[in-house]
Design a protein. Structure first.
Length: 344
């Protein structure tokens, strides 16, 4: 892969995994754009690879994004505000980063003739009830509006959408492990709440699939199993051989009992690629009378694809899945005293 690549938000969990993959496939240059110079320094020391270059900047600032995209072939846009509760308290900050920042990325890529950009979205963008999901839904709309309004543009813009990434920064699994380590009850919002499960490696696979197969305006979705949060907490306690003790907190600001990866309207026009779904852009223009008079009136009554009706994992299956995660294996290998600590 003799190309130059930019990863926005490249010091985050996905970004670091993506950078590692790009190094493995031989990218000529990888630029990391983020606001956190401390994380950049730690990443620089850990990687010690001259192909990785670090840019301190913010997607909210068009000038800094434009400078980072000069001479770049491909962009993976992962920079975002992702924590649901914090976005509920500061929704305008979510708008500035997730919506206006994403518009800056599209504009900078278009100005600098970037070949392709992939935007990272979330299941919370479907039927959104919280500010994070609403701004991610608008991010998808920004990407698709650019495609509709710039037919024949050089830059190919598409998006991916996935559910909870296991062991990513701020996710529940590291929190539960930390609580197990400290011998305190696990704080579970609602035990019967369901969530999709995806590894960091799977999220990178999804982005790569979209990059290789996506057409302008596409949204790609990776199919995933789901589980109840209470069962996930129980599975972790079983792995670390501690009693399953929970403190039920109730739903936090802006949370739903289940999440949706694709609406039934999207599924009606989606293409099934086995592990992936491709939802093409609605390419109609504003001349709706043409489609009313000549369009297809066939309706589709399939259900949404959500975390309640996908494959549900029980506690034994969740334990097996957790054992495939390097992050969990390291904790089990390096912290054998956790089981004893939990019994005290």
């Amino acid at each position: 892969m003799d190309r130059r690549v930019l990863v926005t938000g490249g010091t985050g969990s996905f970004g670091q995994t993506m950078v590692a993959r790009l190094l493995d496939v031989g990218a000529e240059e990888i630029r990391v754009l983020s606001r956190d110079e401390t994380k950049q320094e730690a990443m620089r020391i850990r990687l010690r690879d001259d192909r990785v270059r670090f840019y301190v900047g913010d997607v909210r600032d068009l000038d800094s994004v434009s400078k980072a995209t000069r001479g770049i072939d491909y962009v993976f846009h992962a920079a975002a505000l992702k924590q649901v509760p914090s976005c509920e308290f500061f929704p305008l900050e979510a708008v500035r980063t997730n919506v206006l920042g994403s518009a800056n990325v599209v504009e900078a890529c278009d100005r600098n003739d970037v070949d392709a950009v992939v935007f990272l979205s979330t299941d919370k963008a479907v039927y959104p009830v919280n500010a994070m999901g609403m701004t991610k839904a608008l991010m998808e709309k920004v990407a698709q509006a650019h495609v509709r309004n710039n037919l024949g543009a050089r830059t190919r813009v598409c998006s991916v959408r996935y559910g909870n990434v296991m062991c990513s920064r701020g996710s529940v699994i590291p929190l539960f492990i930390d609580q197990i380590r400290n011998g305190v009850p696990l704080t579970v919002t609602e035990p019967t709440m369901t969530r999709f499960l995806m590894s960091l490696a799977d999220s990178v696979d999804l982005v790569e699939h979209a990059f290789h197969h996506g057409q302008p305006g596409d949204v790609f979705i990776r199919k995933a199993a789901a589980c109840k949060i209470g069962d996930l907490a129980t599975a972790l306690c079983n792995l670390f051989e501690v009693p399953a003790k929970f403190e039920v907190l109730g739903l936090r600001h802006g949370e739903k009992m289940s999440e949706t990866l694709a609406s039934h309207e999207e599924l009606a026009r989606a293409q099934d690629f086995g592990d992936f779904l491709r939802v093409p852009i609605d390419s109609r223009d504003l001349n709706y009378s043409l489609y009313f008079e000549e369009g297809d009136t066939i309706s589709d009554h399939r259900a949404d694809y959500n975390s309640d009706n996908t494959t549900q994992l029980g506690v034994p299956e969740i334990m097996s899945l957790l054992l495939t995660l390097p992050e969990v294996r390291r904790q089990l290998d390096t912290e054998p005293s956790l089981a004893l600590a939990g019994r005290r």
